[in-house]
Write a protein that binds this ligand. Structure first.
Ligand SMILES: [Zn+2]
Ligand SMILES: [Zn+2]
Length: 446
């Protein structure tokens, strides 16, 4: 009996040790199996691919009507890979609380915020509002506090940014700084050109000072007719501007006395490449979204225009580098599987869609195009301070195609060639009624 007892006791002990070892082994399995020579998932595929992103968005940190995490969450759920929140003259940082009861939209925003992120996340307190009445307030979380809740390696990235919102007299001059470490306060200046020059310089100075690879672009030039082609042509540090902005108030299409933003692009390219021997300017498409609660034409909504950047990694530096190389295109709905310029042949590959046709226009300016200009005159013959009139040879359609693989063979006489693709599919929530989905490549140089 004594022996059997001891045997049972030993069996129990053996069992316990075995169980303990299994538990221990189990716990250690992931470490034991992990191969230190295997690359991290996000860095495993160095083959460059396209990443979808929006570089112009507002939140409650300035005049947007939703909380920053809610805005980021909207873009993530709509399959964007990266996003910059670009509030006016502020980075998403500091201690800021908003009145939860200002108006119906704010009340709706708070309700949706609580429903999506929960009471543990949303910080609320009662404090006096501007009229010194006790009101419920909600804290705006800084980017550094919420980014880890939304970002995923190789899937979703937030890039710190700001809309430097300056002016010259009454003319607005707005410039987005992307991948900023420090806020850039508007520096002002005696003219629109001067305001552009000093603010672009401030962003560049920050790059030199911090080592953060950043970039800047001029926003919505036609907003309040603020920025003319001539204000931009000779800017040394200008490499990007918005060729499409989804805010319905920005006048992308111009009017009878003002050039469209796309026309301004061709003027910039022709003058810089042809006359001043400067670098090209790349076009970006953005949302400039402010309103996230009611959707439709005339509303300032997200999801209208974006950039597709080719880069090996989804990091701020890789995205900025892809943009700086011009390895990207703009879209309001059309997807390109590929674009390339090899041996002076431009080849595009448009992603097909059932029941949809695509028209590709190759737009160029030849080296022999006249580059002089004359002013736009008012009805009394007095010159207007608007973008001047240039030759029709600037930004001319030189070829058209309805193929899914349109090509253009350069003759060697082009200063540049760019492509615009227009789909037969109406934009689901357009900038203006009747807009079709489209895409713009960057200028290809011979
Ligand atoms: Zn703006
Ligand atoms: Zn804006």
């Amino acid at each position: 009996m004594h022996n059997r007892k001891r045997f049972r006791w030993m069996l129990a002990l053996f069992g316990a040790v075995a169980l303990f070892s299994i538990a221990l082994a189990d716990r250690e399995t992931p470490v034991a199996k992990d191969d230190p020579t295997k690359k991290l998932a996000a860095l495993d595929n160095p083959q460059p691919r396209f990443w979808k992103g929006n570089l112009h968005t507002h939140t409650l940190w300035s005049d947007g009507d939703d909380f920053p995490e809610m805005v980021a969450d909207w873009y993530k759920r709509h399959d964007y890979d990266f996003l910059s929140l670009t509030d006016h003259n502020i980075l998403s940082e500091g201690d800021k609380w908003v009145d939860a009861t200002t108006n119906e939209t704010r009340e709706q925003a708070v309700k949706k915020y609580l429903a999506r992120f929960g009471e543990q996340w949303v910080e609320q307190k009662t404090q006096k509002n501007k009229a010194l009445k006790d009101k419920l307030h909600v804290r705006l979380k800084p980017l550094r506090e919420f980014r880890s809740a939304l970002e995923e390696p190789g899937r979703f990235l937030m890039i710190p940014a700001e809309e430097i919102s300056d002016k010259s007299g009454k003319l607005p001059v707005h410039i987005n700084g992307i991948n900023l470490r420090d806020v850039v306060m508007p520096l002002g200046g005696d003219s629109v050109a001067e305001v552009i020059r000093v603010n672009l310089g401030a962003v560049l100075d920050q790059q030199k000072r911090t080592g953060w690879r950043n970039l800047a672009f001029i926003n919505h030039p036609n907003f309040v007719w603020g920025v003319r082609a001539e204000d931009m042509i000779q800017q040394d540090n200008l490499h990007f501007f918005e060729v499409y902005n989804g805010h319905p108030g920005v006048r992308n299409a111009g009017d009878e006395t003002h050039a469209s933003v796309e026309r301004v692009w061709d003027i910039l390219l022709a003058q810089r490449l042809g006359k001043y021997k400067m670098e090209a300017v790349y076009g970006v498409a953005t949302d400039d979204a402010h309103g996230y609660h009611t959707f439709g034409v005339g509303k300032v909504n997200p999801g209208r225009g974006w950039v597709m950047v080719r880069a090996p990694h989804l990091t701020a530096e890789a995205i900025v580098a892809g943009l700086q190389k011009g390895d990207f295109y703009c879209s309001t709905g059309v997807t390109l599987n590929d674009f390339q310029n090899q041996k002076d042949e431009i080849r595009l590959n448009i992603k097909p869609e059932k029941g949809v046709t695509f028209k590709t226009e190759f737009i160029a300016t030849f080296a022999n195009a006249p580059l002089d200009s004359e002013p736009v005159l008012d009805k009394d013959g007095k010159p207007l301070t608007v973008t001047r009139i240039y030759s029709k040879e600037i930004g001319k359609v030189v070829a058209e195609s309805s193929d899914l693989n349109p090509t253009y063979k350069m003759t060697g006489k082009e200063l540049y060639v760019r492509a615009k693709i227009t789909s037969s599919k109406p934009h689901p929530n357009p900038y203006a009624k009747g807009d079709f989905e489209s895409a713009w490549t960057q200028p290809f140089l011979p």
